[in-house]
Design a protein around this ligand. Structure first.
Ligand SMILES: Cc1cc2nc3c(=O)[nH]c(=O)nc-3n(C[C@H](O)[C@H](O)[C@H](O)COP(=O)(O)OP(=O)(O)OC[C@H]3O[C@@H](n4cnc5c(N)ncnc54)[C@H](O)[C@@H]3O)c2cc1C
Length: 430
């Protein structure tokens, strides 16, 4: 039975799943056809112009956590060793060997690659395995019988399983269009164009890897103070010991933890925390300070941007107002970014299956072993919401090889369909 898996976004996860599927196909194993629908280019979010980086900043995780990591396949009993050996041909190190840079990388002490180099690696893998890409921005996801229809403006793709990837849209801004407020994409556009930022009091909304990269860049500009605004009590350092890292690479014991223990691990290692490297090199700078709270809104007044913050204290909510010369809204990453794409038919299906309105928490708790929403057919695979139920490494780059096994190997995408990419079919603008 042939099947098609459509992946929204040709980023790291799509490349990893396509690599595993192609490798299994080379071994004579039937696997779903993998089609990525991409609005820009393979690995666009890791390059300048993609909105999330200028490409010159460095990967936070080790590049050896590549498309096959942790090279412990369990999808083909009796042949997993062979599968891992074949996947090694698509590893980060194979890429360096292939491009004549392996020895230099080792001799330089295995430095973290820039985002641009990481993108080049992902593109090399995509080319090597012949990743099928349909060009177009996905604007709607609907159902047709027992299949998904992924709608772009000009094309639509039918599939019997859909996987949604990516951090969302980097254009979010607390005060759109105001010159003293930048979205993530505007910030990186300025950086790529070498425009100098000159401001006394700068605020960066949001924590985590996105903010870390922006802080790294901001230090090169003329700024007097940088206030990082996040809901956490302080700017925590990410737990990066062997035991914490292992949870990301190997979530075997994850299911044995209680829900609150899992949330605790994720708070220490994932959400809104800075790596030890960032804490050492950036946060020691006395221009940086932290403000706890959630941004309620921003207004322009007297040449400044006034940000209203809500902070929970014991049983009361405190409201405070703070003025800045420049605000960079780094809160764009959103694992629920795809909700506005869902047609009414899809919303109805999901609400029935999930027994209630679609909330982040309800969806996270409904994710099964195959990283799809349990009980929903056709399959909707949501790795970015899989951390809580399946393991903290699935939303990021920490175990892409394991992610591919789960997506391709468990359960079945049981509905054979007419495998066509249609042009201009029944697309209604939103
Ligand atoms: C600056 C930055 C640094 C990071 N560093 C790390 C790190 O070091 N380690 C780590 O584990 N994680 C890191 N992350 C998190 C990272 O986003 C994820 O780990 C990883 O990229 C997720 O892979 P993905 O395939 O889900 O998404 P991506 O690799 O981001 O790919 C998503 C793709 O979807 C496309 N797309 C978006 N919307 C649409 C649409 N509507 N239609 C069609 N295509 C669309 C985009 O163009 C993009 O190509 C970082 C994130 C950022 C923003």
């Amino acid at each position: 039975m042939t099947e098609r898996l459509a992946i929204i976004g040709a980023g790291a996860k799509a490349v990893a799943v396509a690599a595993k599927a192609a490798t299994m196909r080379d071994m004579g194993v039937a696997t779903p056809e993998v089609v990525a629908v991409e609005r820009s280019a393979v690995a666009a979010n890791w390059r300048s112009g993609g909105g999330w980086t200028d490409g010159q900043h460095r990967l936070g995780t080790s590049p050896e956590k590549d498309v096959g990591f942790p090279y412990r396949s369990s999808i083909l009993p009796g042949r997993n060793g062979e599968l891992d050996a074949r996947m090694m041909r698509l590893s980060w190190q194979s890429y360096l060997v292939n491009t004549g840079r392996f020895a230099e990388w080792v001799d330089r002490g295995k430095p973290a690659p820039t985002h641009e180099t990481w993108a080049a690696y992902l593109r090399w893998v995509a080319d090597s395995v012949g990743l099928q890409v349909v060009d177009g921005e996905v604007v709607r996801l609907s159902l047709s019988g027992r299949s998904w229809v992924v709608h772009c403006r000009d094309d639509s793709v039918e599939a019997d399983a859909v996987m949604i990837t990516g951090p969302g849209q980097p254009d979010r801004s607390v005060l759109p269009g105001h010159p003293q407020v930048l979205s993530i994409a505007q910030f990186w556009r300025m950086a790529a164009e070498h425009q100098r930022i000159d401001a006394e009091r700068v605020a960066v909304i949001g924590g985590g890897e996105t903010a870390a990269s922006m802080l790294n860049e901001l230090f090169k500009h003329r700024v007097a103070t940088i206030t990082v605004i996040s809901p956490q009590a302080t700017l925590f350092t990410r737990g990066e010991s062997f035991f914490e890292n292992r949870m990301f690479s190997d979530p075997t014991d994850w299911a044995g933890l209680t829900l609150s223990e899992r949330r605790d691990v994720m708070a220490r290692t994932d959400r809104g925390v800075f790596s030890a490297r960032v804490q050492d090199s950036l946060l020691a700078d006395d221009r940086i300070r932290h403000l706890r709270g959630r941004v309620a809104h921003g207004v322009a007044a007297d040449g400044r941007i006034r940000i209203t913050l809500h902070t929970d204290r014991q049983s009361e909510r405190l409201e405070t107002v703070h003025g800045f010369d420049l605000v960079i809204d780094g809160s764009g990453a959103d694992s629920l970014w795809f909700l506005p794409l869902l047609g009414q038919d899809v919303l109805d299906l999901l609400e029935v299956r999930l027994n209630g309105p679609l909330t982040g928490d309800r969806m996270q708790q409904a994710i099964g072993d195959d990283l799809a929403l349990a009980g929903v057919r056709p399959k909707l695979i949501l790795p970015n919401l899989s951390g809580l139920n399946q393991g903290p490494g699935f939303p990021n780059l920490s175990c892409l090889g394991l992610l591919s096994d789960r997506v391709l190997g468990l359960g079945s995408h049981t509905y054979p369909i007419d495998r066509t990419i249609r042009r201009n079919v029944d697309y209604q603008p939103l």
